[in-house]
Design a protein around this ligand. Structure first.
Ligand code: ADP
Ligand code: ASP
Ligand code: MG
Length: 454
């Protein structure tokens, strides 16, 4: 079996959805399970209409719902002929009515909650999945819609729910496998799930990749294919480095580092379920249905390279705690990390000296509380607008040449912190936010530019 996931642009309009059918048809013998995102831009529109409704803008929110209705109906008509079949039209209408009553409820309430945001955000995938199912059926591909909320069981951490793996495995066998056994293609919305009481949750932005990986791992699928709008994982974000090149193969470890340091092409949690069961992940370009633009294979084994790719994350604060107490004392680091743990804030990078520790938190949502609790431990300094650049490669620490090249490329760029993981996989550099793009360019040119022997 094969899990085939299509991102927002890959289901973004009628032509894109038509390509989905071509890609799925070519895989029928491998028994595909299809996971789809909301149409491109829809999740953002849903979240902003939720905020508008809660902040006195109900009319604007209802207008936005009208636009969503128009876009989905027009797409259905282009794919299935006008007027579109009554079945799909009434399915879309029912979802849009549900959305309108959610918006009205928020307008009455006057504020949003994480739970209500999930109920609203989930509508995007609940709209796209029946549309894709209807098109597959219309093109003669036996397909069946499966409500992802019955499969992706999660905890109740709304907007960022954690999967319940045993429950998902059971649900995959109860809800998905029987469809495959009937020789039909199950189609599920990504990103969405439900808690143990059946209340709708989401896995966090970009979470459809994660849904695909969870289903792929539960099934011990032969592969998980992520179909998107670029030819694979590239040596850098092509929006920053237009000349970035496709990487044919990378290891799970490299891909996980790249995803968590800003390579948006994969949700950072995607790799974990695949690694656990050794299921390879492929990234392909859905605009090139025949060969996916070549694609990238992510697996346990891949050629060992000094540098495979460079990723960057912006808007990262650098938090430093300085205290003489740390000198020859023990227990200080524990106290610092306890503060982060208490506020459920994970830390990406750490560097210490005799009298100070600096960290970059992964998430700024609760940083004010973290800082307040750090103050009793020492003098706290925060540099708000930093960026982390991650230079990633399995052979990065083989000999000194790659490190030498990286530092030479930095020139006079001020670096606030540098950290080489002990595994020798990731060199992370913290620079000023406004230096991120320039630093990316320098590093990319040094490792992948003309004449660079990467
Ligand atoms: P989807 O909607 O298919 O999930 P995303 O927008 O989430 O697509 O992810 C694909 C985008 O990720 C690409 O268009 C590209 O701009 C961006 N990206 C960032 N870093 C990389 C990278 N190293 N390789 C490929 N794409 C990257
Ligand atoms: N539609 C969701 C988002 O935009 C999930 C996804 O596309 O992966 O975040
Ligand atoms: Mg994505």
């Amino acid at each position: 079996m094969l899990v085939v996931k299509f991102g927002g642009t890959s289901v973004g309009d009628a032509e894109a959805i038509e390509r989905v059918a071509t890609i799925v048809r070519a895989r029928l013998a491998r028994r595909p399970i299809v996971v789809v995102s909301a149409m491109a831009g829809v999740t953002n529109q849903l979240l902003s209409l939720a905020h508008a409704a809660a902040n006195g803008g109900l009319l604007a929110a209802l207008d936005a719902i009208g636009d969503l209705k128009q876009r989905h109906t027009v797409t259905a008509e282009r794919l299935l002929g006008a007027p579109a079949p009554q079945g799909i039209i009434s399915e879309l209408d029912a979802l849009l009515r549900e959305l309108a009553s959610l918006a009205e409820a928020l307008a009455t309430l006057g504020f949003v909650t994480p739970r209500s945001l999930d109920a609203i955000a989930a509508i995007g995938e609940r709209l796209s999945a029946p549309l894709v199912t209807a098109l597959l059926l219309a093109r003669g591909i036996p397909a069946s819609l499966v409500d992802a909320r019955r499969v992706i069981r999660t905890d109740s951490h709304f907007t960022q729910a954690a999967p319940d793996l045993p429950a998902i495995r059971q649900a995959v066998f109860d809800e998905v496998v029987p469809v495959v056994a009937r020789d039909e293609v199950p189609v599920l919305g990504g990103f969405i799930g439900s808690n143990e009481r059946g209340v709708t949750t989401t896995l966090g932005r970009g979470g459809s990749d994660f849904s695909a990986a969870l289903i792929g791992a539960a099934l011990r699928a032969d592969a998980i294919e992520i179909w998107t709008d670029v030819d694979g994982m590239l040596t850098a974000d092509p929006r920053v480095i237009p000349e970035a090149r496709r990487i044919e193969q990378v290891t799970f470890d490299e891909a996980a580092e790249l995803a968590s340091f800003g390579a948006k092409v994969l949700h950072p949690s995607t790799i974990a379920p695949a690694v656990r069961d050794g299921v390879p992940v492929f990234v392909f370009n859905s605009r090139r249905p025949a060969d996916g633009g070549g694609g990238t294979r992510i697996a346990l084994d891949a050629p060992r390279r000094g540098v495979s790719a460079i990723a960057a994350k912006r808007g990262v604060p650098l938090v430093s705690v300085r205290t003489a107490e740390m000198l020859l004392a023990h227990g200080f680091l524990r106290r610092v990390f306890e503060v982060f743990e208490r506020h459920r804030t994970s830390v990406d990078l750490v560097s210490t000296s005799e009298v100070s520790i600096s960290v970059t938190p992964d998430d700024v949502a609760r940083l004010d509380d973290v800082i307040a609790d750090l103050r009793p431990l020492g003098e706290v300094q925060v540099q708000w607008d930093c960026g982390v650049i991650a230079v990633v490669g399995t052979g990065l620490a083989d000999g000194g040449q790659y490190m030498a090249r990286a530092f030479a490329a930095l020139g006079d760029t001020p670096v606030h912190m540098a950290s080489l993981s002990a595994s020798g996989l990731n060199l992370s550099l913290v620079v000023d936010g406004q230096r991120v793009v320039d630093t990316m360019r320098r590093l990319h040119a040094a490792f992948f530019g003309d004449g660079a022997a990467a």
